[in-house]
Write a protein that binds this ligand. Structure first.
Ligand code: FE2
Length: 281
């Protein structure tokens, strides 16, 4: 079924429209192509809608992208018209509009725009292969290995009551698992670098899996997670730390944070073996 085009323009990021400072001024957080200020742009999907089949149907991708993601973007641009934050980049708007215990529509739309643009980048046809490099070493150190991290992602996907997100993040060089409710996002916390996310809103899976969230999360992790994307962000996070080691502490409320399920372990000296982690299938 053909769906209407998004109400906002889909404009690929090019040298001509790429923001100079990025979206945060923080080099570890990728520029997702929203543009430097309102009206923000809807970044194009990084893959064809049908290319995630059979894990996620083209119909789900199209509804998710053209209705939900584009809808958040249209709402954000509408709310920013004449607003004092209209000249800011997207992540500063997220951080300045949160407003405490009851975030309003501006925060919800801004955060959902960023969360979804990041989510699409976290998926890749043929994904799910084990990461290498420094990220593989950190997974072994902080979770005891990729299978334990996989179980942690699944436990958080199942443990999120209602709508929300599950995140693998880097904080001062260490990996953490977080889950956030509704639109909330770790990117609002300076010093927290999201590496991967899983959307556990029902609109992300209900057409394909109905109420079977765990089946959706399992297949997404095993078949679609874009580990090279996460590894590149983690490398930038570590490089940033090496250049400026003093980072602000994360200030996420405890209820929105899930600690790694496997206790951190001392650095393992067998790092040469980590790149041979078995592919999760
Ligand atoms: Fe979503």
């Amino acid at each position: 079924m053909l769906l209407p085009r998004p109400s906002a323009a889909v404009v690929p990021t090019t040298a001509a429209n790429a923001p100079v400072r990025g979206e945060t001024g923080e080099p570890a957080i990728p520029d997702l192509g929203h543009g430097p200020r309102a009206p923000f742009l809807l970044p194009p999907l990084p893959f064809a809608a049908r290319s995630l089949v059979p894990t996620i149907s083209a119909r789900t991708v199209q509804f998710h992208y053209r209705r939900h993601h584009a809808g958040y973007l249209a709402g954000l641009n509408r709310l920013l018209a004449g607003h004092a934050l209209a000249g800011e980049a997207l992540i500063p708007i997220i951080r300045e509009s949160h407003g405490g215990a009851a975030p309003g529509a501006l925060f919800n739309n801004a955060a959902q725009v960023w969360n979804h643009s990041f989510y699409w980048r976290c998926l890749a046809p043929g994904g799910g292969r084990a990461p290498g490099g420094r990220l593989a070493d950190a997974i072994q150190r902080d979770f005891g290995g990729l299978p334990a991290l996989r179980e942690g992602l699944l436990a958080n996907a199942g443990g999120q009551f209602g709508s929300g997100w599950v995140w693998l993040c880097a904080e001062n060089g260490r990996l953490t698992l977080r889950r956030t409710g509704n639109a909330d996002t770790p990117v609002r916390h300076p010093g927290v670098t999201p590496l991967l996310t899983i959307d556990v809103w029902e609109h992300a899976y209900y057409l394909d899996y109905q109420n079977r969230r765990a089946d959706h999360a399992t297949r997404l992790i095993d078949r679609l997670l874009n580990w090279p994307f996460a590894a590149a962000i983690f490398d930038a996070h570590l490089d940033r730390l090496a250049a400026a080691p003093e980072q602000p502490a994360a200030t996420a409320p405890a209820a929105a944070v899930s600690a790694p399920l496997a206790p951190p372990r001392p650095a393992d000296t067998r790092s040469a073996t980590f790149s041979r982690l078995a592919r999760l299938r």
